[in-house]
Design a binder for this molecule. Structure first.
Ligand code: DX5
Ligand code: ZN
Length: 219
């Protein structure tokens, strides 16, 4: 039996009732808070920034997993540490000196993550996989919640899992985008350790039961 971690994406919360939605995640079986930061440059959308994360951090009682969809993330590593990030994920496509960026994140005491766009091959991480705590495989094109899951993701998870095993690394595999009860089990079976779910959780009649169901089916 495995313990697949469930990370509701706050992007899909009701921002006018943010404290209520954070308390809901606190009370649920969810493991992490997934926080999407978008700059309108790396992705064609702007989500929310520092003051909102600061407010979330004051109430959130679980691991804070920050997904930076921004150019030049090195500029903000210290800031996100101060704002409460436990895991800080940067995009492969946004980092010219990825190895250096990973060391800078870890030097701040955070777990270092790398996100891959759907077109980015997992083999590009071969020489740096031992330095990565988490790889976030994007199963949609980043920028928006509520998009449909890209089926090629299963093959990417299997390939990445093989790379992690071959290199004797302890890297976690996270899946982000279009996760529902239809694909969660197959993703966990393929090797996923963390499943991000935004609209599927917050759009449900009963988000707490939906999170419990995701935990149950991915065991
Ligand atoms: C997309 C974000 C995702 C998004 C997932 O750019 O990185 O975290 O919130 O939302 P759903 O689960 O609705 O696809
Ligand atoms: Zn995300």
């Amino acid at each position: 039996m495995k313990n697949t971690l469930i990370a509701p994406s706050v992007l899909a919360a009701d921002f006018a009732n943010l404290q209520r939605d954070i308390e809901m995640i606190n009370a649920s079986e969810a493991d992490w808070f997934h926080i999407d930061i978008m700059d309108g440059v790396f992705v064609p959308n702007i989500s929310f920034g520092m003051p909102v994360l600061d407010a979330i951090n004051k109430h959130a009682k679980k691991t804070i997993d920050v997904h930076l969809m921004i150019v030049d993330p090195d500029r903000y590593i210290t800031t996100f540490k101060k704002l409460g990030a436990d895991v800080l994920t940067v995009h492969y496509e946004a980092c010219t000196h990825l190895h250096r960026t990973l060391q800078a994140i870890k030097a701040e005491g955070m777990k270092a993550g790398v996100a891959l766009n759907p077109h980015t091959n997992v083999d590009l991480l071969e020489d740096v996989i031992q330095d990565i705590d988490l790889v976030c495989i994007m199963s949609v094109n980043p920028g928006f919640g509520g998009q449909s899951f890209i089926e090629n993701t299963y093959a990417k998870v299997e390939k990445l899992k093989a790379l992690i095993n071959r290199k004797n690394a302890s890297t976690l595999i996270e899946i982000d985008g279009g996760v529902t009860n239809k694909n969660a089990k197959q993703l966990a079976d393929a090797g996923a350790d963390v499943l991000v779910a935004g609209s599927y959780v917050f759009g449900a009649q009963d988000p707490i039961a939906t999170i419990a169901d995701l935990k149950q089916i991915t065991k």
